[in-house]
Ligand binder design. Structure first.
Ligand code: FDA
Length: 569
């Protein structure tokens, strides 16, 4: 194909990329090209079915990235799923729509990102949201569905609400009573999306409530707008790297792309290239283009264009485990109950735990720094860890997410400690853009991460020993008391947890928005340091993990990014 020119090229038509492309193409004099590796999944039932979570896994729309063997986390590699389709990971995710604790977003500013805080991001959560008011809305009438009107946006493209699977028969109230009866009661939280997450709640999802199908980035931000003649999308096309203008400052003039038919060509961007390929791809595209750690690049014969050694570092993910119990009644629907306990509700000795963790932070920071060859500095990591410590022990953010999913005669639970301290990385392992990368989240590298994951499991056991749930449930089927004894110590839980966890599929921070001196890859306008016209807009830029699921925050960041870009033009 012959080279053509666009104002903006967006690499990756996923969750973030389609938001940016949509908003930029509101400007009629601007031409936007989205280049997406996958195809359209508009009619794919593995996508649209609201009860089909997992059906798309390991199909051709799942990148199913493999990690390195997890040295501290059971030894085996893990699978990191990500959507390969127009809509990106929003087409295969669990559709949960929960945001963050206010103080967590404020921490983005504390770490040095002036102007990025809850107050400035909250309007963007709402801007993207098209909240669908539930028709049979009443906490007292059985379903448990409730919401706070002021916490939602009603005019945005992304449909958020409840599916008909949600409607149930009073289980929500029984679970609420059980949470209230626990040793450290978990309060009821009518709506976790207003910046205060701690408590027990029923979250909304990205669903089209009327049609009862999944809502995703393509359905929200692309299909209704695809007739715009300045919004272009190439499907089944892989971007290999950025191409550079000759000259002294580092300026991209486009990208190299391989089309479905195997031909490779370049496409020009007269203004900017926006990387939105996801946290496990965008940093690799920077490396393949010569932006990164010279030690990494030189191994594969790539000339360093910009020495930015923290590209691909700071990777943060969570670990997901589950416990299962028999149920005495049969459930045919799968409602969405979640509890977000804070540290004092999970650890009875929270003060002592906090003291010990605080004393360990310098050691943890040194461990992380040494594992990445001191590319991120121990003193900087220690500061980030102290911010994270303050969030847990002073701001009392949720330390765990506890999901309860009744199905048939079973109560399944899934849970994760929300803010692990481990920091891993993702790097190229070849100059060939189609080669698998080296992905190493370093799960369970630091003791506290296992301690928190263990304590959350004990919390779930306590929940099932508390009335009325204690009488509604039968015995624990996984792991079961014969496998992990009732009074098991941390060591006793360790092998169950490390042999049965999976990635929680929330990898972030691999091109972190932070000041350059402390290891940032992009500045507060999401521009890559040392490059005049390349931004990263996706999960890569989030400096810290959030307690909610990622998508709402990713949509909000992308909405804000679009405004930042527009304001510069
Ligand atoms: P995203 O992955 O959406 O987009 C990247 C796009 O770039 C993809 O379309 C990809 O194909 C494309 N691409 C990559 N390389 C390319 C290249 N070289 N050239 C061209 N295109 C390229 N969150 C939540 O809030 N609630 C939930 O319930 C869940 N559940 C969940 C389950 C599972 C299984 C996963 C994997 C993830 C979740 N998440 C979630 C997380 C959430 O869905 C996820 O973090 C975001 O969708 C990521 O958005 P991004 O824009 O960062 O990348």
């Amino acid at each position: 194909t012959s080279a053509s020119t666009y104002d903006y090229i967006v690499v990756g038509g996923g969750t973030s990329g389609l938001v940016v492309a949509n908003r930029l193409s509101e400007l009629e004099n601007i031409n936007v090209l989205v280049i997406e590796a996958g195809g359209s999944v508009y009619d794919n039932v593995n996508v649209t079915n609201t009860g089909g979570y997992g059906n798309a896994f390991d199909t051709d729309i799942d990148w199913a990235y493999k990690t390195e063997d997890q040295e501290y986390g059971g030894g085996a590699p893990q699978t990191l799923r990500a959507g390969k389709a127009l809509g990106g990971t929003s087409v295969i995710n669990g559709m949960v729509y929960t945001r963050a604790q206010k103080s967590q977003i404020d921490a983005w500013e504390t770490v040095g990102n002036k102007g990025w805080n809850w107050e400035t991001l909250f309007p963007y959560y709402k801007k993207g949201e098209g909240f669908q008011v539930p028709s049979n809305y009443s906490w007292l009438e059985g379903s448990g569905v409730a919401y706070e009107p002021a916490d939602h946006g009603y005019k945005g493209p992304l449909k958020v609400g409840w599916s008909s699977d949600q409607l149930n028969d009073g289980l929500a109230q029984k679970l609420n009573t059980t949470y209230q009866n626990m040793d450290a009661p978990i309060p009821y939280n009518k709506d976790a999306n207003g910046g205060q997450m701690v408590g027990y709640t029923l979250y909304p999802k990205t669903v089209d409530s009327k049609l009862n199908i999944r809502e995703d980035a393509a359905r929200a931000y692309y299909y209704p707008y695809k007739s715009r003649n300045n919004l272009h999308v190439w499907l089944n096309a892989n971007v290999n790297k950025l191409t550079w203008k000759s000259g002294d400052d580092v300026t991209a003039d486009g990208v190299e792309v391989t089309l479905a038919n195997g031909t490779t060509s370049t496409v020009k961007a007269s203004r900017e290239v926006i990387l939105a390929a996801g946290s496990l791809k965008s940093p690799l595209l920077l490396e393949l283009s010569g932006v990164g750690n010279p030690d990494v690049l030189s191994k594969y014969g790539i000339e360093t264009k910009v020495n930015l050694p923290t590209v691909g570092e700071n990777l943060q993910d969570q670990m997901n485990n589950g416990l299962a119990f028999d149920s005495k009644t049969k459930y045919t629907k799968a409602p969405d109950y979640v509890a977000y306990p804070s540290v004092g509700q999970v650890f009875s000795n929270a003060t002592a735990v906090g003291k010990q963790l605080l004393a360990n932070l310098p050691k943890y920071a040194a461990q992380v720094a040494s594992a990445n060859g001191n590319v991120t500095k121990s003193k900087d990591i220690e500061r980030f860890f102290k911010i994270q410590w303050d969030l847990i022990f002073k701001a009392h953010i949720p330390v765990a997410e506890i999901l309860l999913e009744p199905s048939g005669y079973t109560y399944d639970t899934e849970y994760w400690a929300t803010v692990p301290f481990a920091r891993g990385n993702v790097h190229i392992s070849s100059a060939d853009p189609t080669a698998a990368a080296s992905i190493d989240p370093k799960y369970f590298m630091l003791d506290f991460d296992l301690q928190a994951q263990t304590q959350a499991a004990r919390f779930i056991r306590e929940l099932f020993q508390t009335e009325p749930f204690a009488s509604m449930a039968g015995s624990e089927t996984s792991p079961g008391l014969s496998s992990v004894a009732a009074d098991a110590d941390d060591e006793g839980w360790s092998s169950f947890i490390k042999n049965n966890y999976r990635s929680n599929f929330h990898p972030i921070s691999t091109a972190a928005m932070m000041p350059k001196e402390v290891g940032g890859v992009v500045d507060t306008s999401l521009k890559v340091y040392g490059v005049s016209n390349v931004r990263v807009v996706d999960a890569s830029v989030m400096p810290f993990q959030v307690c909610g699921h990622l998508q709402s925050t990713i949509y909000a960041v992308a909405e804000r990014a679009a405004d930042i870009i527009k304001a510069e033009n």
